[in-house]
Each structure stands twice: as C-alpha cells, then as structure tokens.
Design a protein around this ligand. Structure first.
Ligand SMILES: Nc1nc2c(ncn2[C@@H]2O[C@H](COP(=O)(O)OP(=O)(O)OP(=O)(O)O)[C@@H](O)[C@H]2O)c(=O)[nH]1
Ligand SMILES: [Mg+2]
Length: 359
C-alpha cells in the first residue's frame, strides 16, 4: 500500500513522515522545508502476526509494508505557481490513499502560513488546490480523448463523456470521486487520469500534546465525503520513535496513547480502503501478513502469495489467528476441529491464517 502525505507548509508532514518511517527527513519551523519528495517504507505493526509466529515457531516474521511519500507544502494559488507550485503532486498520483495532515496544534513557535490555526479552512484550501491540479490533468485528458472519440470506439466515447462530467464537477469544486465511473469506461479511464481527488482521504489532525481527539469540525468535514479523521501529535510520535521499544511503551502509557501513530494510521487507512489482513505461517518457515480487499476469496489470497500457488490451488487450511494462538499450534487446532478445509470461493476474514495446498 502506498500513501501520499499532503498539507500546508509547516503542518508537520515531514515530522510525521519521520515518525512513521524513521527515515530522518528534514523537518523545520519554516515553510517549504521539503522541496524534493521523500519516500520511505514502514513495516506495518501487527501484534497478531507476532503471536502467530511465536505459536508455530515461524521465522522470519515479515510484516506488510507501507510506502509513504512526503511532499512539499501546498499554498493557496499553488496551481498558478504560488509557493513551490504543484508539479510535485505528480509523485503521489500513483498512491492508494491521501493522508492529509492538518495543523491543529497551537505552538506559537511554529509559524502558520495564514497566521491563524483553522483546521477546516486549511483543509479546504489544500483540497481546492488538489482539485485545481486534477482539473488541469482532466482537461488535458479530455482534449486528447475527444480527438480519439471521433473513431467512435465505444469505450473511448464513454471515457470522453465521463471526463466531461469530471471536468464539470471539478469546476464546481467537487472531487473526482463524486462522479461515478460508468461500467462502459472500464478500469483504464481512472487509471489514465490518476486523479488526486479520486482517492480516499485520511485526515490527520496534528494536535497539541495531551489532546487525543481531532477537532469536531474537522471530523464533520471528513464525514461529508465519507472520509475519516484521526488525531495524533507528530512531535510526540517523532520523539517516541527515538526511544527503545520498552521506554516508548512506558511513555505511551503515561501519555495515554494506546497505540503507535503508525498503527492507528494504518488501521484507519485499511478501513477507508476496505482492506483486511490475513496471515501465512509455516513451522520453521516465514510468517507473513498480507493485505487483501474485503470480500475477496481464498483463491485471491493465494494470488497475493504467488501466482503459481493461485494457478495450482486445490484447497486451503484456514483458522482464525486467535484460535491458533489459544490452541498452541496447527496439530492441536486440527484435533479440535478448528482448522477448517476451505475451497477457492471461501471469503477471507480479517485475521485468518491460511495454508494453501496446491499442485
Ligand atoms: N509543537 C509542535 N510542533 C510541531 C508538531 N509537528 C511538527 N512541528 C514543528 O513544526 C515545524 C514544521 O514541521 P515539518 O514537519 O517540517 O512541516 P512540513 O509540513 O513538512 O513543512 P514543509 O516541508 O515546509 O511543507 C517543525 O519545527 C516541527 O518541529 C507538533 O505536533 N507540535
Ligand atoms: Mg516537509
């Protein structure tokens, strides 16, 4: 999974990026610290995987990974070249979700580009710039497809009509995802456009220390478009990753933070993207976590692991991770009748541990 971090200058994007990935990108109290995009990969923490691995003595333990892109800040007028412009947005067009960092802390030592902390106003400003960037690309794409549509290829004509609606929506200030994609357009249309405002948004309110809720107005703003908002302090998260795990756990306890910022972010992002996690774990072999779209089957899960395993799919042994851990291993689970044999159409559940039998 790939996520792109957007937000105003000084919102705390790079601070959060460092807390998530421990990549050591420059973060400083002046706008436009970030010029070139930063990219790093974080291992998605999942205690269930660790417990499953310990239960069946699997090693190594391979977590699912999250690719995080940190880019420059957006200011009003970026689409017209203000600030650093908006060209750098290209580097997050291929991501699965947008993490929108919104400043909600009141540290006077960190200048705010508009001089006032107003999370919803900031979010709307950044969103307007994302829509203007999409308008540019949608317009360009529409011109091209309009020329091709003279050939009256059904799919191209459908794409042209869809793009016409997309452009109209963006001009009204509505995101690309507010326009349904007709079946006739196929998957290629949205892929060619690779719009920023077609992706789900996770709002991250960068709150004051000790605050654990996002501002209510920002939550309402997120819900309007079916998105979600979480609160974290980028500064505290960045400090916590500097500590060793035991110290960090004690600090978290004292601060009343139940889970790492990365853990909370990933959980919210999985929810938005409709993803579940399943595990594979072999005795004395690797244990691994995999993400999968909710509603997909054992056969799809096999395809995540390897196309050969999918092609040769015969059946799968499946058990919920909690049962496996509680019973202490596969053979006990089999004795108890909790290790089930499932066929290719079995719908995978979050937390399933699967062993695919294949030819
Ligand atoms: N008090 C406080 N300061 C923060 C927090 N998060 C970030 N900062 C500070 O805010 C300043 C800007 O942070 P950055 O992470 O560089 O912000 P950015 O969004 O990457 O900014 P640009 O790269 O300029 O767009 C730094 O001095 C950070 O230390 C926070 O949660 N609380
Ligand atoms: Mg930055």
């Amino acid at each position: 999974m790939k996520v792109g971090i957007v937000g105003m200058p000084n919102a705390g994007k790079s601070t959060l990026f460092n807390a998530l990935t421990q990549a050591g990108a420059e973060a400083a109290g002046y706008p436009f610290t970030t010029i070139e995009p930063n990219v790093a990969i974080a291992a998605v923490p999942d205690e269930r995987l660790d417990e499953v691995a310990a239960t069946v003595a699997a090693t190594p333990v391979v977590h699912e990974s999250l690719e995080v892109h940190d880019i420059a800040g957006l200011v009003r007028g970026a689409s017209a070249g203000e600030g650093l412009g908006n060209q750098f947005l290209a580097s997050i067009r291929e991501t699965d979700a947008i993490c929108h960092v919104v400043r909600a802390h009141h540290d006077d030592g960190v200048p705010h580009p508009d001089g006032e902390v107003d999370p919803v106003a900031d979010a709307e400003m950044v969103e307007a710039e994302l829509m203007l960037a999409d308008l540019e690309t949608a317009q360009r794409r529409l011109d091209r497809v309009t020329k091709q549509a003279r050939a009256l290829d059904k799919e191209v004509v459908a794409e042209r009509d869809w793009l016409t609606e997309v452009v109209a929506a963006l001009e009204r200030g509505e995101p690309v995802r507010s326009v349904p994609v007709p079946d006739a357009v196929g998957e290629a249309g949205p892929r060619h456009l690779s719009a920023l405002t077609s992706k789900p948004v996770l709002y991250i309110a960068n709150v004051d220390e000790g605050e654990d809720e996002p501002p209510a107005a920002l939550v309402a703003h997120a819900r309007k478009s079916g998105d979600e908002a979480i609160a974290l302090s980028a500064k505290i998260e960045a400090e916590l990753v500097e500590l060793d795990p035991e110290e960090a756990a004690i600090m978290r306890e004292e601060l009343g933070i139940s889970e790492s910022g990365l853990g909370r972010m990933v959980r919210a992002a999985y929810g938005l993207l409709n993803l579940i996690t399943f595990f594979t774990a072999g005795e004395a072999k690797e244990a691994r976590a995999w993400s999968l779209r909710r509603g997909l089957t054992a056969w799809h899960a096999a395809g995540r692991i390897h196309t050969d395993i999918q092609d040769g799919f015969v059946k799968a042994d499946v058990i919920g991770w909690e049962d496996l851990v509680r019973l202490g291993g596969y053979s006990q689970a089999r004795d108890e009748g909790l290790l089930r044999v499932e066929g290719r159409d079995y719908v995978m559940q979050d937390g399933d541990v699967i062993t695919v039998k294949h030819t």
